[in-house]
Design a protein around this ligand. Structure first.
Ligand code: SF4
Length: 693
């Protein structure tokens, strides 16, 4: 039993994009109690197991507290028993100077575009703003990206094309106002638990009809009126099949389409081949279920479509999202309460990192780097000549590192060495780089490859803001001092910018937000003093504006909503005689992404201490496998070992693994083939074989 807290600080959970408010009870520089903040409009006092019991990583003895510099005689791929043995401790001055000299040397020899910068969806908006400013104004490259490339890049490209904004159209509270909710490709109760509960309540208490479409049975499919268990990689076929029926039954919203949309005729014609029978043959969903689902969707008065990475992480990710957008426009469910487009953003600040321009083609607020007026505006504000050439995406940077055209990477709080598809290839690529610097709170798998590692402050040790999945900018408040010499991420970058001859003039993170507001119209009215416990949703145009709970009311951001013609295309890899099983990857409730925080949380690690591969009992019987046996799983790219969990959640021929474990890295198996528009890899479909170890 811990002693009572002596002070309390309200801030925001550092895990998922729901953005729940947490009240940290602090005593003598330790968090001794965590509870939900009732005043927070998103979570209303609720937290999931990660938010409530998973914050003790803050006090882990493994936190980085001093800069580290790689020992000269230890190469990147050497794997000492303790990764710290590859490094020696250094002072800030030495580590910063070493980094500045290395970056300058590479620029001098190969030009600015030989460098890449990875920003972080775990860092604040202010950190992200400074990171992309560092890349653009100091290093002079647009090679800046972050992990949205691996989760919702396809949402941004498709929703910008369809609606003019790449974000959730409505608010989380709209789930409770909907009469029909379609959840497709999202294990919401595990990955966005507080939204998952909200959906369950909408069904149980408000009578909303729930449709779930997923290749794997998830908790919400038990609550669903209809569960459409389609085959992995057949989302476009399923959605087109549903829309074919909606049009045939004349349940489409002709008035909405005529008044607010464009390109309908070409789109409607493109649905002709997606009859229920053809759709059944492609997706595995019975034609009769498709008919019933189409009727429910077509008759909905207020429909929300929520989706996650089951939609986005495919070579057809952009087309999948366009099909979701088509469905919402076809049924007229945009721009009203209780309706809308709900991409569930993964990490706590992935929306904010995108908003802040941690992307290779846009400045903050999605202002294009190749627009001369925009470029001139930022050049004037930053006092620097900027590049108008869109930069490399994260996936392109890894390829460029492999071919040798990228020479150095500066990484802020990201861990691609567990999150990249085809890890062995990514690791080879990283080993070829001339210089790597990493800022992080732990010596992650990626930091272990670096030449210099800077210790940074975690969420509880910094001031700033996060933007959640419903575009709500929420205030992050400092409860603790960072350990040892650790510094806030934006301060580390500012120190480096000064050494490189381009100092930033920020005294604190509030001043950074003021600069963001002055250059980013959708954040124009945001300042720290306005955020309070409720935050503000963008667009928030000026200091008198109260923010926007809904986008596209009356008019889409791009003017008319645009229907897109999209057709079913197969995944890049399908099961074969040699690799007969199909692997999908994802997350589980107790862990978070590459696990750098959750594996250092006592409760979470106790609840889920090791990796499991889900396998259907029929396949298990054929392989002679029983629950808990260790399997060796191989794909064309790599091999991992994991214990078996027999489960009917996956159909025969299909398996599932979470990617949280360093000793069973699912991404050693995944396919790096990417969506041609969004450059997002196909994490959801890879062919593998499994044998008893
Ligand atoms: Fe944190 Fe997400 Fe859980 Fe809320 S739902 S407590 S934001 S992990």
């Amino acid at each position: 039993e811990s002693l009572p807290a002596t002070r309390q600080v309200e801030t925001i959970c550092p895990y998922c994009g729901v953005g729940c408010g947490v009240r940290l009870g602090v005593r003598q520089e330790r968090i001794v109690r965590v509870e939900g903040v009732r005043e927070n409009p998103v979570s209303r006092g609720e937290l999931c197991v990660k938010g409530r019991f998973g914050l003790d990583f803050v006090h882990s003895p493994e936190r980085l507290a001093t800069p580290l510099v790689r020992k000269e005689n230890i190469g990147r791929l050497a794997k000492p028993p303790d990764p710290r043995q590859a490094f020696r401790e250094a002072g800030w001055e030495e580590a910063l100077e070493l980094t500045a000299n290395a970056l300058q040397g590479l620029i001098h020899e190969y030009g600015s575009d030989c460098l890449g910068v990875l920003s972080s969806a775990k860092c604040t908006n202010e950190d992200n703003y400074v990171t992309q400013k560092f890349a653009r104004a100091v290093l002079k490259t647009n090679n800046v990206d972050h992990c949205a490339r691996l989760c919702h890049a396809s949402t941004v490209t498709a929703a910008l094309a369809a609606f003019g904004d790449g974000a959730m159209s409505n608010s989380i509270s709209d789930f409770e106002k909907a009469d029909v909710i379609l959840v497709i490709g999202s294990n919401t109760t595990e990955c966005h638990p507080v939204i998952g509960r909200r959906i369950k309540r909408a069904v149980q208490e408000k009578g909303a009809k729930l449709l779930v479409a997923d290749p794997r049975a998830v908790e919400l499919s038990d609550q669903a009126e209809l569960f459409l268990n389609h085959l992995p990689g057949t989302d476009v076929a399923l959605l087109n099949g549903l829309m074919n029926r909606i049009v045939e039954l004349k349940l489409h919203n002709r008035r909405f389409i005529a008044r607010r949309c464009e390109n309908y005729e070409a789109f409607a014609e493109s649905l002709a081949g997606y009859t229920p029978e053809v759709t059944e043959a492609t997706t595995g969903v019975p034609a009769e279920k498709i008919q019933r689902a189409a009727r429910i969707l077509g008759k909905a008065k207020r429909l929300v479509v929520a989706y996650g990475m089951g939609i986005t992480q495919h070579v057809t990710g952009t087309d999948n999202v366009k099909a979701v957008a088509n469905l919402l426009m076809l049924t007229g469910n945009m721009g009203r309460l209780g309706c809308g487009f709900a991409p569930l953003r993964g990490q706590n600040n992935v929306q904010g990192a995108c908003d802040m321009g941690a992307l290779p083609n846009v400045y903050p607020g999605y202002q294009r780097v190749d627009n001369p007026e925009v470029k001139a505006k930022f050049e004037l504000a930053w006092g620097a000549i900027l590049s108008d050439r869109p930069g490399l995406t994260l996936t392109e940077m890894i390829k460029a590192a492999h071919t040798g055209s990228l020479k150095g990477l500066y990484i802020v709080g990201e861990n691609p060495m567990l999150s990249e598809a085809d890890l062995n290839h990514a690791q080879e690529a990283m080993a070829r780089l001339g210089f790597i610097a990493v800022q992080d709170i732990f010596l992650t798998e990626t930091a272990a490859l670096a030449d210099v590692v800077f210790p940074s402050a975690c969420f509880a040790e910094k001031e700033g803001s996060f933007t959640n999945t419903e575009r709500r900018i929420q205030k992050v408040n400092r409860a603790l001092n960072p350990p040892g010499q650790a510094r806030e991420d934006w301060r580390i970058l500012s120190d480096l910018a000064a050494l490189l001859g381009r100092p930033f003039a920020f005294a604190n993170s509030a001043e950074i937000m003021d600069e963001i507001a002055s250059l980013t119209p959708i954040y124009g009215g945001i300042s720290h003093d306005r955020l309070g416990l409720r935050g503000l949703q963008w667009p928030c145009w000026n200091r008198r504006h109260k923010g926007s709970a809904m986008l596209h009311k009356g008019r889409f951001t791009r003017g008319r909503g645009r229907f897109h013609v999209v057709h079913d295309r197969p995944p890049a890899e399908l099961p074969s005689a040699e690799y007969p099983l199909l692997l999908t990857t994802g997350r589980i409730l107790e862990h978070w992404h590459t696990g750098s925080m959750t594996h250092r949380s006592r409760v979470l690690e106790t609840l889920a201490p090791e990796s499991r591969i889900e396998i259907n009992p029929q396949d298990a019987a054929e392989l002679g496998v029983t629950e808990g046996d260790t399997l060796s799983i191989k794909s064309r790219r790599g091999q991992v070992r994991s214990k078996a969990r027999t489960s009917r959640r996956v159909r025969p021929g299909q398996t599932f693994m979470a990617f949280h474990w360093q000793d069973a890295p699912a991404n050693s198996l995944t396919n790096p083939s990417v969506d041609p528009v969004a450059n997002i890899p196909e994490y959801k479909v890879a062919s593998v074989k499994a044998v008893l170890d």
